[in-house]
Design a protein around this ligand. Structure first.
Ligand code: PEP
Ligand code: MG
Length: 579
């Protein structure tokens, strides 16, 4: 029997394949009952995992370099101490015995109890030790002999595999980026979450926010993923299968047809040149960019180099990565955003406590300014790479002129150091500011004389203007790119840039949505940066647009504060082929 689920469409066409269920977090722990006779072996398996964890921690402790900060040793000895505590090493055994359950489940129950107790503590320092407990428990999970939740090795996936997960983190998406699989679906997530953005960049059919897909679908079950309509069909019958095979062919034909404009210049009918640039996450994405017809990289989200690994990349490692992108783009511009970590992108090595409101916490440029040595290493690597191509540097999540000035001061400091060391770099390297917090959009006029360009991050600008968590699908219906307040902030930024002679681009997901291309053109935007997979659809809109024709409708949209009227005008604006 067909079961149909509806979620948020991420794009990428239609896939028909076999489900592969992904287990990952402690929220997704296997739970099974045991016979009396199996209990001693299960307790022994738990003891063995604790022993292996202790060995790992002691080895780490033994390998601390002499010049390492004292906190590192303190941190490891705290973990060894916690591991020795009865609440972690003994009580889960009692749960196994009493509840006749598997070791993972017993550990999870005990961990939940400890977290609850820590949360109730008044004193900040003690309450924050909860994360240490979680880290120790996570290590024991990993050592539970292959029963631990884990991601499949990329090489184990087949071409028709459809990944079904409760959630995938941005780091998981990076892990899967180079593997072959047909599609992915998740229970949670918002349309502009980083998981969704990476999914879009894979150009695979994907649907998120399906709520119970992970529970309903069984391993190896046949499923259809329609990434255009946001639909998932489990166990389709022959009739449904043949209809979706037909739609799959139509989608592929349309894509093929679109590729005929790859080499055309992106010019409107009146001859205005529009710059279409690409967003990338990793150096190897450049290959796709070069085939897409993009005239440069408008946003390299450099923080993905920092995710999915146990240590911070060194300055030299970063330099090699940036140099590779600059060289591979053969003189075309490459805008590299300094690391935008925090919120949903937390590398393993960053030992910051999880904040109550991570999107309002120590993210982006705030984190860089709080960790000047880490920031300086990246700035030095970027500058050194600027000698090998056309690199531009972009600062994310700025909220004031003060933060912009501090960032530029750090860059100047890095330049001075390189100069003294005799290392070559582009002394004229262009510097840009991301406008993605309403406060920055409102004071953008003060940024103008300090920067060479501006880039509007609409994903966050919408999140912070409308107070909508971009990762939370329960409010995704309120996430509205054409909300009049959002449009006013974008318009103000574009106009301020034009007036001050500073180029402005949009690099959020709005830039890659062909339904919004004419509106953005009508607002005066001439530079769009998006995932390469969206580039041709946007180019088709550009080629089909005469700026004089769209101006009156776009003007009416921008003057209106009525969402219904704006929606009607948007539809009118997009009437094909002419306005
Ligand atoms: C944005 O916020 O629009 C943006 C481009 O940055 P990110 O999506 O990586 O937060
Ligand atoms: Mg952003």
């Amino acid at each position: 029997m067909n079961i149909t689920l509806h979620g948020v469409a991420i794009g990428g066409g239609i896939a028909i394949g076999r489900a592969h269920l992904i287990s990952r977090s402690m929220d997704d722990v296997a739970h099974y009952g045991l016979e009396d006779a199996e209990i001693p072996a299960e307790m022994a398996r738990f003891d063995e995992a604790v022993r292996a964890t202790r060995k790992e921690l002691e080895m780490l402790w033994g390998s601390i370099p002499e010049n390492a900060p004292a906190e590192l040793g303190a941190f490891l000895s705290l973990h060894i101490m916690l591991l020795g505590d009865v609440t972690i090493s003994r009580e889960p055994r009692e749960i196994i015995e009493k509840q006749h359950c598997n070791a993972e489940w017993a550990l999870k129950l005990q961990c939940d109890l400890l977290v609850e107790q820590f949360d109730a503590i008044e004193e900040d320092y003690l309450r924050e030790r909860k994360n240490d407990v979680l880290q120790v428990v996570e290590r024991i999970f990993k050592n539970l002999d292959g029963h631990a939740p884990q991601l499949p090795a990329p090489g184990d996936l087949l071409d028709d595999t459809i990944l079904v997960a409760h959630d995938l983190s941005p780091a998981d998406m990076v892990y899967f980026k180079d593997s072959n699989f047909a599609a992915f679906v998740t229970d949670v997530g918002g349309a502009t979450s980083h998981t969704a953005i990476l999914g879009r960049s894979l150009d695979l059919p994907s649907v998120i926010a399906l709520h119970h897909a992970r529970e309903l679908i069984r391993e190896e079950e046949q499923i259809i993923v329609d990434g255009q309509q946001g639909v998932l069909i489990v166990n389709p019958d022959e009739l449904v299968l043949s209809e979706y095979r037909r739609r799959q062919r139509a989608w592929r034909d349309a894509k093929r047809k679109l590729s005929s404009i790859r080499k055309s210049d992106a010019k409107t009918r009146d001859g205005t040149v529009i710059e279409l640039l690409a967003n990338i996450e990793l150096p190897q994405d450049v290959e796709v960019v070069r085939g897409s017809g993009a005239v440069g990289v408008g946003l390299f989200r450099s923080e993905f180099l920092f995710l999915g690994r146990d240590t911070l990349p060194t300055e030299d490692e970063q330099f090699e990565a940036y140099r590779k992108v600059a060289e591979d783009m053969k003189g075309l511009p490459v805008t590299i955003r300094t690391m935008d970590l925090g919120a949903d992108k937390n590398p393993k090595w960053l030992n910051h406590d999880v904040a109550d409101n991570p999107a309002l916490g120590l993210t982006g440029i705030r984190l860089c300014l709080a960790e000047p040595l880490m920031f300086r290493a990246q700035l030095r690597a970027l500058l050194r790479a600027s000698h090998y191509g056309k690199i531009k540097i972009l600062f994310p999540m700025l909220n004031s002129l003060g933060e912009l000035k501090q960032s530029i001061a750090q860059l100047d400091y890095a330049k001075q150091e390189l100069h003294e060391e005799g290392l070559p770099f582009d002394a004229e390297v262009e510097v840009g500011a991301m406008i993605e917090i309403p406060s920055a959009a409102l004071v953008v006029g003060s940024f103008i004389k300090h920067v060479d360009f501006l880039s509007i991050g609409t994903n966050d600008l919408i999140q912070y203007t409308l107070a909508i968590d971009r990762n939370d699908d329960s409010v995704s219906h309120l996430y509205d790119p054409v909300h009049p307040a959002v449009l006013k902030l974008i318009l103000h930024t574009i106009r301020t840039g034009i007036k001050g002679g500073v180029p402005v681009s949009v690099c959020g997901e709005m830039a890659g949505d062909p339904r919004l291309t004419r509106l953005l053109l009508g607002m005066g935007l001439r530079k769009f940066s998006m995932h390469p997979a969206s580039l041709l659809a946007v180019k088709r809109m550009v080629l089909n647009t005469h700026l004089d024709d769209i101006a009156p409708i776009a003007g009416r949209m921008l003057r209106s504060e009525d969402p219904d009227k704006i929606a009607d005008l948007l539809q009118l604006l997009n009437t094909e082929p002419d306005v």
